[in-house]
Design a protein around this ligand. Structure first.
Ligand SMILES: Nc1ncnc2c1ncn2[C@@H]1O[C@H](COP(=O)(O)OP(=O)(O)O)[C@@H](O)[C@H]1O
Ligand SMILES: [Mg+2]
Length: 267
């Protein structure tokens, strides 16, 4: 926090935006230390609910949701349809997720790793980028498919206009008291209904696609947290994207040296 506060002062920053799950709660609990800069994040309470994959407020009962319980005796007591899915209660980047094929495998799950057990969702997966204004009104909910995922980031996909997906994500955003941006991940259950996987209360890795579809989340978040008025509703269109890696070849003399790119020693 002191290091960020020094950057705020040195560069005269107005806004601080964190894109890292594990830093969000700590930052939001001590946001006044960043003054005069504003932390562009919802309350610590909202973040705690969002980052907990078992939070009842996110798994709202008026929308279909997967049964979700702690691994151990709670999970053993449920009459599951196998396979089921297990994952860390607070995880990221698909680390520690596993398919549990039968009751023996369920009983063998470790109980000291904060694992949750959930109905297996076999259908298509979507990420819905949601932005809510200061009063919690959802002004855009943009669903996109994740056709290819690399290290937890969608590298190919498309936006889809789908009333069920948009409304389900908006209901979840309102239930957790979202102000600002979140990425609500949904997946279709065995009956084909879109249900909640998890909420990431930060900018998504596939943000360029949502911007290209018409919802400029960075601009909207900036306006929101600087107290400017937001539109009531921002429309979007269907568009697709593919991300690729490219080698850029330059003359050695054209290389730039920057203290912000790990070149400290050379400087
Ligand atoms: N209940 C489930 N059924 C089927 N697949 C799941 C389920 N929960 C998670 N997954 C798969 O595991 C991936 C990671 O789970 P997620 O809850 O998004 O955690 P994180 O992205 O934080 O690691 C999801 O993108 C999805 O493909
Ligand atoms: Mg996820």
């Amino acid at each position: 926090m002191p290091a960020i506060a020094r950057m705020v002062e040195a560069d005269d920053l107005d806004l601080v935006i964190s894109t890292v799950d594990v830093e969000l709660i700590a930052l939001s609990e001590r946001r006044e230390e960043l003054a005069p800069a504003i932390l562009a994040a919802p309350s610590a309470d909202t973040l705690n609910t969002a980052l907990d994959k078992m939070a009842r407020r996110a798994l709202r009962s008026d929308r279909p949701h997967p049964r979700t319980v702690l691994a151990g005796s709670d999970a053993a007591a449920v009459d599951w349809e196998f396979p089921v899915f297990a994952k860390p209660r607070q995880g990221a980047g698909s680390r520690g997720v596993r398919l549990v094929p039968d009751r023996a495998a369920l009983d063998a799950l470790p109980t000291d790793e904060g694992l949750i057990v959930q109905d297996f969702l076999p259908g298509e997966e979507y990420s819905v980028d949601v932005i809510a204004d200061a009063a919690g009104n959802v002004i855009a909910a943009v669903p996109r498919t994740r056709a290819r995922v690399d290290s937890g980031v969608a590298i190919a996909g498309r936006t889809v206009r789908d009333e069920e997906l948009e409304e389900t994500a908006a209901v979840i955003a309102r239930a957790i008291g979202l102000v600002g941006v979140a990425n609500v991940q949904l997946r279709r259950d065995r009956a084909g209904r879109a249900v909640l996987l998890e909420v990431n209360p930060r900018f998504p890795g596939a943000l360029p696609l949502t911007i290209a579809a018409g919802v400029d989340i960075p601009s909207l978040v900036t306006d929101l947290f600087l107290g400017r008025e937001l539109p009531v509703r921002v429309p979007f269109r269907e568009v697709a994207s593919v991300r690729f890696l490219e080698d850029v070849i330059v003359e050695v003399d054209d290389l730039l040296v920057s203290a912000h790119a790990g070149h400290q020693e050379e400087l």
